[in-house]
Design a protein around this ligand. Sequence first.
Ligand code: NAD
Ligand code: TYD
Length: 368
Amino acid sequence: MPCILVTGGAGFIGANFVLDWLGRPDAAWDALDAAVGSPVTDHVINIDKLTYAGNRLSLDALDDDPRHRFVRADIGDRAAMDHLFERHQPRAVVHFAAESHVDRSIHGPAAFIDTNIGGTFTLLEATRAYWQALPIPDRAAFRFLHISTDEVYGSLGPTDAPFAETTAYAPNSPYSASKAASDHLVRAWHHTYGLPVLTTNCSNNYGPYQFPEKLIPLMIARALAGEPLPVYGDGQNVRDWLYVGDHCAAIRAVLARGRVGETYNVGGWNEKTNIDVVHTLCDSLDALRPRATGSYRQQIQYVKDRPGHDRRYAIDARKIERELGWRPAETFETGLRKTIAWYLDHPLWVRDVMSGAYRHWMGLQYAA
Ligand code: NAD
Ligand code: TYD
């Protein structure tokens, strides 16, 4: 059975991607069918180490689905990767697995170097060995799609043009530096060995199944728990926000129709200051789940800034629109409404995820 190998598919974006993929969203599958020339029924081999960020509960809906196979493994384990390639013969790799949280990278960068750089290197080498042994037509059709971040481009001033694919790399945090290094490895494996790679650099994602250490789910969880809402610095840092479902559609488009060796920036055309995001979120919660008295805005607290905090990210997503016809479907308002509704409708998922690792992190990062 044709299959794709997904790494990090128990994390936030990976789980959304796997669920969407197996849900066969129409337009994307039509495009895939057309690209391959016959109906495609890819199964998913989902490889995840299950760090604190990986969550099997997010994949509950696939428990009895024969099209999905979950394998607990580390992308840095070469023997395990070789075995999985040999056994499943994937036609593509979609590489999400990473350490992904900037604040954690400041407290402990080692895991970021190990997984994002070392793990990507090992995965590339296992992929290369498998790919080089494929028959010629399969080699040409094979794809390695690397999921990266806009943070590799560094920080923008208020009037700077948004990041384009040609913007020079200038990563500032251990997280973004490790992702930049992984992007360079992927690029080099194409230029040196001919591996058919694609890279996407996207902005801040939000939506269902996101671990509540990142801004939006953290604010939702803490607001509902009656806890302070910690806004770093002056709250004027700007991020571009991309609904995760839109991101998954972009990845499918790049996998199906992207030009080999190219990078594609993926953004939501939604630049917001952090304080605006938190205000909008508080106002939505006031309407959907009002407090006994007053507004959730009363819980906002300005706290010490993150060291090296990038001031502004913004994405120029015209290339992917021009070449592949992708544009985000959600506005920030519609995406946020869906996201808040999902967290309110999934109290068991939220309760489970706010146990051990979450509490430990809250103590480390926010206790003071
Ligand atoms: P996440 O932290 O929610 O999930 C990462 C997943 O990778 C987890 O399931 C974890 O268990 C797994 N993993 C970690 N180390 C591993 C290893 N050594 N071997 C196998 N699995 C391992 O991250 P996310 O938000 O879903 O991000 C996915 C990808 O998208 C990452 O590469 C990240 O850099 C990138 N990205 C994320 C965002 C965002 O806003 N979340 C924005 C831009 C880019
Ligand atoms: P985050 O979700 O960590 O993503 P990134 O740092 O990768 O952009 O943070 C988004 C923005 O929100 C960022 O400018 C930092 C800010 N932030 C807060 O103000 N308070 C918080 O508790 C967190 C986690 C983030």
